[in-house]
Design a protein around this ligand. Structure first.
Ligand code: SAH
Length: 399
């Protein structure tokens, strides 16, 4: 299938910015609470924070001079100390099926991918949370790229800002899934703050049902997420037993299925929402009738629905996609056991925009090897090490 490259800007072109001095604060980094605190620190009234938040996210205005309900003196003050810096687009690709993929350039030359998937009156944006990923799931091409760093709040919400600007007026952004590059629970604080902006009435106004975080299952972070946010949850299960999941999702060696499912039950308690369990269909690996029966048994008593994802291949992978006949037979077994089971339609695969195909560009590829952890990341079993001035994340105890 062909695809269209709609736009290419020079990789050296500066990010789309207002002219700024480096020390200026990027207001895209601030959610409502942080923005209010910042205005108070500035000696200004809190309601100006709300005005600015609305200008930036709702009206997509980045020039303080265009924020007309703010006094000229305050605008001048803001220009001195703040900026609104948006990620720049390096490539903009459109799939035959309407899916759009943007390669965005961040500071220091890192690149990430963001995907928009229109479907009827729904428009889902798939947002990245990290440059690369440290989890090393064996069937995921992002994992192949290594890990470089967490995205800042502005880099996460900047993807939404850019998508909103680029999407044609007849399409609209109705859902956001944190299913792009990276493990969102390994960048919890920034992700929670960015999701707060997604759901803020002054910004993107999405309900908690329309913002979904997908995780491979960092159990302590999942509990923390529950305490701090109430977005919808998707969990990348991919195997019905620890032996197989250890191979496919190495994080399982740290947080095995029993602990993960207990955390899912805690997450879903007091709320009738179900947890979505993602299950990639790998030919001859995890797709037998027996696997399906084991999965059905495993999810008994868990408020669950299952999303079967046909594997999306990438160069040099040893895995193959299960046949549609096999996927349907697998679905049938789960449905008969009373589990709502959906087969995810593969979208945007002609532009490598499907699940697990996002790569961006990771400057540092030495992700997981050799060096001792410098300090733990909030005790979530993710070690942060620093070498050659580059921060890295790796799974503690799994190497
Ligand atoms: N780190 C998060 C987000 C990952 S991407 C997580 O693990 O949930 C979103 C989903 O795509 C995950 O379920 C992931 O396991 C799945 N995925 C990764 N590579 C894939 C591939 N090649 N084909 C199909 N699904 C894939």
């Amino acid at each position: 299938m062909k695809n269209t490259i709609l736009k290419r800007t020079s990789a050296n072109e500066p990010l789309e910015t207002m002219s700024t001095a480096p020390e200026k604060i990027n207001l895209l980094d601030l959610d409502r609470g942080a923005m209010e605190a910042w205005f108070v620190d500035l000696g200004e009234k809190v309601f100006h924070a709300r005005q600015v938040l609305k200008w930036i996210h709702k009206h997509q205005v980045t020039d303080f001079d265009a924020m007309t309900d703010i006094s000229k003196s305050l605008r001048a003050k803001l220009k001195d100390v703040a900026c609104v810096k948006i990620p720049g687009i390096v490539f903009d690709q459109a799939s035959d099926d309407g899916t759009r993929k943007w390669l965005m350039e961040l500071q220091c030359g890192n690149r990430i991918e963001t995907v928009f998937i229109p479907e009827g009156d729904r428009g889902t944006l798939c947002v990245s949370s990290q440059v690369g990923c440290a989890l090393d799931c064996t069937f995921c091409s992002t994992a192949r790229q290594g890990f470089n760093r967490n995205l800042s709040v502005s880099e996460i919400i900047g993807q939404v800002w850019v998508a909103k600007r680029e999407i044609s007026p007849e399409r609209c952004l109705t859902n956001i899934v944190m299913m792009g590059m990276g493990e969102p629970l390994a960048n919890l604080e920034n992700v929670i703050s960015a999701m707060g902006i997604m759901m803020d009435d002054l910004a993107y106004e999405l309900s908690k049902r329309r913002v979904t975080l997908s995780t491979a299952g960092i159990v302590p972070a999942l509990d923390r997420l529950k305490a701090l946010s109430d977005v919808s949850l998707a969990v990348s299960l991919h195997a019905p037993n620890d032996e197989l999941r250890d191979q496919l999702v190495p994080l399982n060696r740290k947080y095995p299925i029993r602990e993960l499912l207990a955390a899912c039950r805690r997450y879903a308690a007091d709320d009738r929402r179900k947890v979505t369990f993602e299950y990639v269909m790998l030919d001859g690996v995890n797709d037998s009738d027996q696997h399906a029966r084991q999965l059905a048994k495993l999810l008994q008593g868990v408020p669950a629905k299952v999303n079967l994802i046909p594997f999306n291949p990438f160069p040099q992978t040893r895995f193959k996609r299960s046949s549609m006949q096999r996927i349907e037979a697998f679905q049938e077994i789960l449905m008969r056991a009373g589990l709502i089971t959906i087969i995810r339609r593969t979208r945007g695969d002609d532009i490598d925009a499907a699940c697990g195909q996002l790569v961006g560009r990771v400057a540092d590829r030495s992700r997981r090897h050799g060096r001792p952890p410098e300090r733990g990341l909030k005790g979530f079993g993710i070690a942060v090490v620093k070498a050659n001035g580059v921060r890295k994340q790796s799974l503690q105890g799994s190497e």
